[in-house]
Every structure is written in structure tokens, then in C-alpha cells.
Design a protein around this ligand. Structure first.
Ligand code: BGC
Length: 745
């Protein structure tokens, strides 16, 4: 008998097969909560403390004695970050950790296609899984409140509905690999300047209508297994352990059972971290500098000080148990999930996904005289100009910096596709940032060029003059004060005198295409002088191929802007009415903070330009195609009857051009008369449809009462006021093609 049990136990150890001897917490046939309780009951106080804080830069220790696995996290959100040293940010020097770099999340949002978000999440999740990571530190979904935010490129734009639609499939895709998404940075982390001391002052209505919906969707529909708190403050407490955000809203109102992870170094105090709903502390390096690396992790706020606080009765073990339960849940769902797939890295599928998502995200902002697509029959000689045509950009920008297995530059992409048919000439035009190194990862490029701006311009003009088409590829890069973490941009203008250069090129050759590489809006004072403008984002490994797909028309552009492209900061609510970057103040504990009243309230993005009748350079939702679409009349029932849950709105859309193409048809809702001020219109649905030339499809939308509601702060609930509503259907927030009214009872 003894021998049989021993054999069965050995069988479990070798194969994981469950038998009578298997402890409940290791038995995956048992309900999750039973396993969690069983594991919890076996843990010592010290083990409980250990499991809720880091043991290295990116990992937490699990419970070695019980075989409860370590949790390995990784950035995120646009590719799996290379391995750093145990205790340092420097590279570990592994040679197996190069990833597929996917397009920036703004590019993903610009696809307006939840299926692309699912593909993205699934693909990046597979890479994380292959690298044995359990938590992917992404996606980032902070609302685009100002074009100056250094991290806009990591986020999904300005609209809470669009963000919600895109974040859910991303999370589901990642988690289908047994890898947790860690949705960040919850919440109101809308700028990088003063990021540890910004104290947004936001009313409840604005919070619930603008800044929370994406996070709510991720928590409730996406069922994200982890969240990351922000660095900033909110109502007097840091976001990573903010009792309102974490306890009241996330874990209370949304009934979420996942684990809250601090941002790296976002914890400053044990007492509030304990009570404010934080479950795992990372990146603190509390006394690391004075106490040395060997015991830095013991000095975390949720380590020794917490343990001692429990031992001397300052804190109850109940709070700790709640945190441990959440970490165990996270562990069982990921690291200790035996049923997860194996994952893969750099597969053909991932490369194809990166290219497809990139191509679907590129936005054709302007295309007069059919300047694009490149047509070898008439464009025999194409001049490509600009640093961003040759600069690799997957390295840099902060924690999203990657070590990509390959990166195709725009110039190489264009040459690969057209080099045999078309003469392609290149000139640098300007020198921006010739470096290509971040955290010990190098692009391997040295773009040093010591020529003067005059020399560079002269060469560019020379090259542009006799070309049939000029493609200027410029914009921002990942240097500080551009699209980069830990600093905001100082102005909306393009750096390195590009505005002047663009005007000079437009004068030299009117057949000019400006491809703007950035993750945020830039001022375009030359907009009327350049016939074609493309928003190219950061597209990762396949940058050049994805761009060439669109520039040549192999892929008919279908991306739409996920944010308003303002003409200047005067059109931005945050700058016009709100305070940015806030004013110095002192919090209750005597710490210096930057109070930042969000006086623009719910009027963010197009809600602000609509209200103030401002014409941005390009509106939210804007994006052209090489074909054209005609919208018919929208039909909606006259009455949204009391007994009905939803109504259907239909609009016929026709491809009136001669190419197959995709159009994202957008539905906005307007409350005709309301007791409170409401936005002129709000996005409440969209559909991306593909149409052959001449083809018409009926595009159908469903609306329910929540789509008609506003958040009533006094009632602390969503309210739909019966009465007249209007649906506005269009190709962008600035291009409404059809309207229909109905009465909601
Ligand atoms: C960033 C996070 C990131 C973390 C770990 C922080 O500085 O704000 O987004 O996940 O570092 O690298």
C-alpha cells in the first residue's frame, strides 16, 4: 500500500496528475477559491509578507517551501522587455530575449478594430508566455488629456468609449495565454511632468464619465487579473494605494478580485499602502542605497515594516490575508496554470500581426490631388527625406523600450517594396537625435552627422527638386521631452526646425507627402501647403513594411485618429481652462505636490472643441481612404419605448470609389435637452466595415439606456433623462453625414 501511494505521489510530482494525495491548492480540478484558502491556511506570517512584494526588479518570490511559484512580470505594453539584472536596470545580457515589437498602442487604437486588439493581445501574450512571464505590464489606457503628455504613445487616445472597446479584447487576448494583463496606470496618470507629485483635482462626474470607463471595462468585461496604480495622487493619496480608487471603486463598486500592483517606486508609506488597497509592491528600492542591495527588498514598505506592524498589533492580519488571496489568485491563474498554451516568440504570425495592425492603424490625414498612393507609373523617382526614415525607434522612450529581433526602417520598407521599379533617393534633411541606446540596449545605428542645418537643407532641396514625389518622414522620436516617459513635451511644435524644412521642401516640390511619426498630436503650421499627410505612429518591428503597404496602396488606409489633432494648445481644455502642469502646494503630510485642477471637467478632446466651436487641424475619428464612402440616411425608431432594452440604428454606407476599402462608421449621441450640461455629442458605437467598389452595406448599431446616460454625482449613479435624443452618424467627429432623432421614455 505504502509503495502504491508513493508511486502515485511520484506520479503527481512528475506529471502533475491529481490523486488523493494532492494538496487542494495544487489541484487544478478544485475551484480557485478553495485552492486559495488552502494555500493561505498553510502559509506562515513571514511567507504571507514575502509574497506581496518584489524580490528583484521584476519578480516576486512566491512561497518556495510550498512550491507556490514565483511571479515574473515584464513590461509591456508594446513588446516583451529584455531581461535586466536582478537588482539593476542594466541589461542582463541574455541573448534569447529579443522580441517582436508591436505598434504603439495609439496605433492600435487608430485601427478602431477590436479584432486587431484581440490579435495584438494574443500575440504579445504568446511572447510573454514563451519568456515565462506571468504578468505583462500593460496595456496602458490613460486618457489623452493633453498632447504634451510624454506617454500618449503608450495609451489609446482620448475617448472613454473607444478605449473601452479596444482594451477588453487586448486583455482577453493576453490572458488567453495564462499571462495576466496589468492594466495601467489606474488612474488619472495623464502627464509625466511631476509624475510623482501631480495631484489632479477632478469631480466625480468627470472621473466616472471620462477617466474611469476604460478601466471599468478592463476590470469587469475584460476581467483583467491585475491592475497597476499610478504614481500621481488623487484626493490626497497616491494612486497606487488610493482608498477611493482601489477599495471603493475597483474592488468595491466593480467587485474585482484581481491584484493591485504598485507602479515601480510608487509606494511611500506603509500605513496607507496597507489600508489603501495595494496588494503588491514593486520597484521601491526603499533603503536600497543606504542598506545595500542584499536586503533592499526586506525594507520595502510592505515587507519588514509591515511584518513588525502586524506583530505589534498596528495592523490586522485580515488586511494582509486579502492581499495574499489576491496574489495567490493571480499566481494560480498564471504561473501555476498547467493548462496554458506554450507561447511563441518572433513567429511568422507575430510578425504578420505587427505588420497588419500597423497597416490598419496608419491614418491618411490628407490626400489632395491623389498625391498618394505611390504609383510607379507616374512616380519614377521618389525622394525620401528625414531622419525618421532611417531611425530605429523601438529602443527608447522609457519602460516600453524594447530589444526587437528586427526593425525595418521606413526607408528600407519603401526600398524593399519599390526599389526595383522606382528610383529612390534619400537625404537626411535634419539631424535630431543620432543616438539609439536605452538602458544598455542599442539599435546598432550611429546616426551622427556633423553637417550644418544649411548643408542638410540644401541637400534635401536638391534631392526633392527633380523627384516625382517627395516623402518627408519626420515627427518626434523617443528622446526626453518627446514621446518618452518621465518628461512631457514642452511645446506642440515639431523639434529640430522641421516646420521650416517642410515649408522649404513644399516650395521646392509641391508633390510632397509628410509622414509624421509620433504617438501624439503635433502642430502643423504648414498643413495647407502640403497636399498629403500621413500619421505614421511607431509601428515596431515591421514599421517600414507597414508604412510601405499604405503608401503604395497595397493596404488601403483605414486608420482613424483616436484623439483630436489640435491646431494649438489653445484648443485643449486642459490648457485653456484646466491647470497644467498645476501649481505647487503642500499636502496634509507636509509634502510638496502639484495641484492640478481639471477645470475643463468632462470637456476633454472633441467634447471641448465641439462645445467651443473650435476647428482642430483634424478631428477625432478622422482618417481617409484611397476610396470614398457615401452615407445614406440613418434610421432609428421614433420611440425608445419604456419596455425595450435597446434600439437599433441603421445607416447604409456605399463604397463610391474604385478600390476595396474599409470605413469606420461612428455613432455619436446627443441629448437634445438635459437638466445638466452635456457634451454636444459623445461616441457611443462604431463599426468598421469593408466594402468592394460600388457595394453598399447596412451598418447596424445598438444603443441601450446606458449610452444615453450621464453620471449624476449626487445620486452616485448613471441617469438617463427621458426625452429627445439625436444620433449623429459620421466619418469623424467633424464629419457628420446623417442624423436621426428619437424619444427615449
Ligand atoms: C512605469 C511603468 C512600468 C514600470 C516597470 C514605471 O516607471 O511607469 O509603466 O511598467 O516602470 O518598468
Amino acid at each position: 500500500m505504502k509503495r502504491i501511494i508513493a508511486a502515485a505521489t511520484l506520479g503527481f510530482l512528475l506529471t502533475g496528475a491529481v490523486n488523493a494525495e494532492t494538496p487542494v491548492y495544487l489541484d487544478e480540478t478544485k475551484p480557485l477559491e478553495e485552492r486559495v484558502e488552502d494555500a493561505l491556511s498553510r502559509m506562515t506570517l513571514r511567507e504571507k509578507i514575502n509574497i506581496i512584494h518584489a524580490q528583484s526588479k521584476f519578480s516576486a518570490p512566491g512561497v518556495p517551501r510550498l512550491g507556490i511559484a514565483e511571479l515574473w512580470t515584464t513590461d509591456g505594453p508594446m513588446g516583451v522587455r529584455p531581461e535586466v539584472l536582478w537588482d539593476e536596470w542594466e541589461q542582463a545580457g541574455w541573448t534569447n530575449d529579443s522580441c517582436t515589437a508591436f505598434p504603439s498602442l495609439t496605433a492600435l487604437a487608430a485601427t478602431w478594430d477590436p479584432e486587431m486588439a484581440l490579435l495584438y493581445g494574443k500575440s504579445i501574450g504568446e511572447e510573454a508566455r514563451f519568456r515565462n512571464k506571468s504578468v505583462l505590464l500593460g496595456p496602458g489606457i490613460n486618457v489623452y488629456r493633453t498632447p504634451l503628455n510624454g506617454r500618449n504613445f503608450e495609451y489609446m487616445g482620448e475617448d472613454p468609449y473607444l478605449i473601452s472597446q479596444m482594451v477588453v479584447p487586448y486583455v482577453q487576448g493576453v490572458q488567453s495565454n495564462g499571462v495576466a494583463a496589468c492594466v495601467k496606470h489606474f488612474a488619472l496618470n495623464n502627464n509625466e511632468i511631476n509624475r510623482h507629485t501631480s495631484n489632479p483635482i477632478v469631480d466625480d462626474r468627470t472621473l466616472y464619465e471620462i477617466y474611469l470607463p476604460g478601466f471599468k471595462a478592463a476590470a469587469t468585461e475584460g476581467e483583467a487579473w491585475s491592475f497597476m496604480g499610478g504614481y500621481n495622487l488623487f484626493r490626497g493619496e497616491h494612486a497606487s494605494y488610493n482608498p477611493i480608487l482601489m477599495n471603493q471603486i475597483l474592488k468595491g463598486e466593480w467587485d474585482w478580485d484581481g491584484a493591485v500592483i504598485s507602479d515601480w517606486g510608487a509606494v511611500h508609506d506603509t500605513k496607507t499602502a496597507v489600508s489603501g488597497g495595494l496588494d503588491m509592491e514593486f520597484g521601491s528600492w526603499t533603503d536600497g542605497l543606504s542598506n545595500g542591495a542584499s536586503n533592499a527588498y526586506d525594507n520595502y514598505f510592505l515587507a519588514q515594516p509591515y511584518l513588525e506592524g502586524i506583530q505589534n498589533g498596528t495592523y490586522s492580519e485580515d488586511e494582509l490575508n486579502d492581499k495574499v488571496r489576491r496574489v495567490l489568485r493571480l499566481t494560480f491563474r498564471t504561473a501555476m496554470n498547467r493548462n496554458k498554451p506554450w507561447g511563441s516568440m518572433g513567429s511568422d504570425e507575430h510578425i504578420a500581426a505587427a505588420r497588419q495592425i500597423g497597416g490598419e492603424g496608419v491614418v491618411l490625414l490628407k490626400n489632395e490631388n491623389q498625391t498618394l498612393p505611390i504609383n510607379p507609373a507616374k512616380h519614377k523617382k521618389v525622394a525620401v527625406i528625414g531622419e525618421n526614415a532611417i531611425k530605429k525607434m523601438t529602443v527608447g522612450g522609457g519602460s516600453s523600450s524594447l530589444k526587437a529581433r528586427h526593425e525595418i526602417t521606413p526607408l528600407d520598407g519603401i526600398k524593399n517594396r519599390l526599389g526595383e521599379e522606382v528610383e529612390i533617393v534619400y537625404a537626411r534633411g535634419y539631424v535630431g537625435d543620432p543616438s539609439g541606446e536605452y538602458n544598455g540596449v542599442s539599435t546598432g545605428q550611429d546616426l551622427t552627422d556633423n553637417r550644418t542645418p544649411e548643408e542638410l537643407t540644401a541637400e534635401a532641396v536638391e534631392v526633392a527638386k527633380d523627384a516625382d514625389l517627395v516623402i518627408f518622414i519626420g515627427g518626434l522620436n523617443k528622446s526626453d521631452h518627446q514621446d518618452a516617459e518621465d518628461s512631457d513635451r514642452e511645446t506642440m511644435s515639431l523639434p529640430y526646425n522641421q516646420d521650416e524644412l517642410i515649408e522649404t521642401l513644399a516650395a521646392a516640390n509641391p508633390n510632397l507627402v509628410m509622414v509624421n511619426i509620433s504617438g501624439t498630436g503635433v502642430a502643423m503650421p504648414w498643413v495647407n501647403k502640403v497636399p498629403a499627410i500621413v500619421q505614421g505612429w511607431y509601428l515596431g518591428s515591421e514599421t517600414g513594411n507597414a508604412l510601405a503597404d499604405v503608401l503604395t496602396g497595397d493596404v488601403n488606409p483605414s486608420g482613424k485618429l483616436p484623439y483630436t489633432y489640435y491646431a494649438s494648445l489653445d484648443q485643449v481644455g486642459a490648457h485653456k481652462l484646466g491647470e497644467y502642469p498645476g501649481h505647487k502646494s503642500v499636502d496634509a503630510l507636509g509634502n510638496e505636490v502639484y495641484d492640478m485642477p481639471y477645470n475643463e471637467g468632462i470637456f476633454v478632446g472633441y467634447r471641448f472643441t465641439d462645445k467651443n466651436k473650435l476647428t482642430p487641424t483634424f478631428p477625432f475619428g478622422h482618417g481617409l481612404s484611397y476610396t470614398t464612402f457615401a452615407y445614406g440616411d440613418a434610421t432609428a425608431p421614433k420611440i425608445f419605448a419604456k419596455g425595450d432594452d435597446k434600439i437599433e440604428v441603421v445607416v447604409p454606407v456605399t463604397n463610391t470609389g474604385d478600390r476595396k476599402g474599409k470605413e469606420t462608421v461612428q455613432l455619436y449621441v446627443r441629448d437634445v435637452k438635459s437638466s445638466v450640461e452635456r457634451p454636444v455629442k459623445e461616441l457611443k458605437s462604431f463599426k468598421k466595415v469593408e466594402l468592394n467598389p460600388g457595394e453598399t452595406k447596412d451598418v447596424k448599431f445598438e444603443l441601450d439606456r446606458s449610452d444615453l446616460s450621464y453620471f449624476d454625482a449626487d445620486k452616485h449613479d448613471w441617469v438617463m433623462e427621458p426625452g429627445e435624443f439625436e444620433v449623429l452618424i459620421g466619418a469623424s467627429a467633424g464629419d457628420i453625414r446623417s442624423k436621426a432623432k428619437f424619444k427615449a421614455e
